[in-house]
Design a protein around this ligand. Structure first.
Ligand code: MTE
Ligand code: MO
Length: 196
């Protein structure tokens, strides 16, 4: 047990995963720089083990929109509670694409080249969404605007900013951080930080 005189991270509770501390700000965490995204050319590509499809921004905006309040946990140990977003539920999005039942995993693709992998089970959940507003304002570019994925139940590196495609896969492949030592799943309450 750590001595009570040492500074410790915020006491873990049902909202704060072990080893995390709370922040009131909203830090920006990007590997590299914010990529330019031209709204006129924005598109979202479905590939791999699914019927290939390209959605335009207008196609996306025609899907039902919802408000979300979600906690956000970065593996570098900061957590922010009650982030307010506007977006489109993954479950609503899934109704307009045709995924082959053999698909068990996904690679998320982004403007700028970032990738991250997620299983179908972790992706297709009511609480996951594509966000285009943050606290009522258009999603700022540095936080992933015009559109990012948010997967609240996994560390935030799975929440791809500037997302522009999903590649459905039969077998798990590793994304950028996962190839560089991060855990393939990244569940914060289990502290799935690293793969070693
Ligand atoms: N395209 C892209 N998405 C990304 C990242 C990135 O570098 N590029 N960083 C990830 C990490 S490590 C975190 S913690 C969150 C940070 O989101 P924020 O900058 O909005 O706080 O975005 C994730 N999504
Ligand atoms: Mo992160």
């Amino acid at each position: 047990m750590p001595g009570k005189f040492f500074q410790k991270p915020t006491e873990p509770n049902d909202r704060v995963p072990p080893g995390q501390y709370l922040t009131n700000g909203f830090p920006v965490l990007t590997y590299g720089s914010t990529p330019p995204v031209d709204m006129k050319e924005w598109e979202f590509r479905i590939s791999g083990t699914a019927a290939p499809k390209i959605l335009t921004w207008d196609n996306f905006m025609q899907l039902p929109q919802s408000e979300f309040t979600a906690d956000f946990h970065c593996v570098t140990r900061w957590s922010k509670l009650d982030v307010k977003w506007t977006g489109i539920k993954v479950t609503d999005f899934m109704k307009v694409i045709e995924v082959d039942p053999r698909a068990k995993h996904i690679m998320e693709h982004c403007y700028g080249g970032y990738t991250t992998n997620i299983s179908m089970d972790d992706f297709v959940r009511e609480e996951n969404f594509f966000a285009f507003k943050l606290f009522g304002e258009p999603l700022p570019a540095e936080h992933g605007g015009p559109m990012r994925l948010v997967v609240p139940h996994l560390y935030a590196w799975k929440s791809a900013k500037w997302i522009n495609g999903l590649e459905f896969l039969e077998k798990e492949d590793l994304g950028f951080w996962e190839r560089n030592g991060y855990h393939q799943r990244g569940e914060p309450f289990a502290e799935e930080r690293y793969s070693y």
